[in-house]
Design a protein around this ligand. Structure first.
Ligand code: 0WD
Length: 255
């Protein structure tokens, strides 16, 4: 398809072939988008380079650790210099210390709380601010959230609270950026086995519960999130902003 022909879209958060960001990259690539990838520190550059090679096109790869203001600034300066205008940004980044993702939320440490908020929620604000001046033809920003931000999910703890902040940020950012025809939405993905999911205790039983209780009686995969992101980056979704769209086989409607 050609839904994204001529569109420059930045993808942040590819760590390996299982990353949801990589599922998004494949959907957008198949729709004709020109992709720019950011990676967290030189340690991940090789991974991302090996993956993007498979797309069969030259992709711009840019270092960006979102905890560093200077990285965010420098990354978007390079993107501006190399591609000029951007039309989309996929924010697929989150982090919490493993020890905060088990036991009682009440035991969350000050540093653990601040770190999860910084990387998983504030980073969206930082990158939206940096991307805004490059979105001179309007734009679409997509982030990834999880049901644990709306209700209590065992062990999700500090990350659930970070996702709640991320969801609220989507709404405030939508109001700020809408006047420039920049839309911003979140995809609330059902659980998928990725590197980030490894940190969650009892992840297997989370997946099993979805297979039993979700209306579609199955879990979802990266390609389904990718195709929803494609919709959100395309003109088909032009009337949608500030929204949290669940791609979870229907699980969130169940009591
Ligand atoms: O079940 C799941 N896997 C779900 C994930 C369900 C619903 C939502 N999500 C969300 C995650 O919370 C996250 O926001 O999807 C997003 C992408 O996560 P993922 O694809 O599940 O996991 P992964 O492949 O690990 O990508 C997350 C990446 C990091 O990977 P690692 O695992 O190395 O921390 O976020 C990036 C990094 O590449 N990241 C950073 N990027 C820039 N600067 C930073 C940072 N400081 N920290 C983490």
């Amino acid at each position: 398809n050609t839904l994204l022909q001529g569109k420059n879209i930045v993808i942040m958060g590819v760590a390996n072939h299982r990353s949801i960001a990589w599922g998004i990259a494949q959907s957008l690539h198949n729709a004709g988008a020109n992709l720019i990838f950011t990676y967290q520190g030189e340690r991940l550059r090789e991974n991302v380079a090996a993956l993007t090679e498979k797309l069969g096109v030259e992709s711009l790869l840019v270092n960006c650790d979102v905890t560093k203001d200077e990285d965010v600034e420098a990354a978007f300066a390079v993107i501006k210099e190399k591609v000029g205008v951007i039309h989309g940004l996929a924010h697929c980044i989150a982090f919490a210390k493993t020890e905060e993702l088990e036991g009682e939320y009440v035991n969350t440490s000050r540093e653990g709380y601040a770190l999860a908020q910084d990387i998983s929620a504030f980073s969206l604000v930082a990158v939206a601010r940096a991307a805004r001046p490059l979105m001179t033809e309007g734009g679409s920003i997509v982030t990834l959230t999880y049901l644990g931000g709306e209700r209590v999910i065992q062990n999700y703890n500090v990350m659930g609270v970070a996702k709640a902040a991320l969801d609220a940020s989507v709404r405030y950012l939508a109001n700020d950026l809408g006047k420039e025809n920049i839309r911003i939405n979140a995809i609330s993905a059902g659980p998928i086995r990725t590197l980030a999911a490894k940190g969650i205790r009892n992840f297997n039983s989370v997946l099993k519960e979805i297979e039993e209780k979700a209306p579609l009686r199955r879990t979802i995969d990266q390609s389904e999130v990718g195709d929803t992101a494609l919709f959100l980056f395309s003109n088909l979704s032009r009337g949608i902003t500030g929204e949290i769209l669940h791609v979870d086989a229907g699980y969130s409607i169940m009591g």
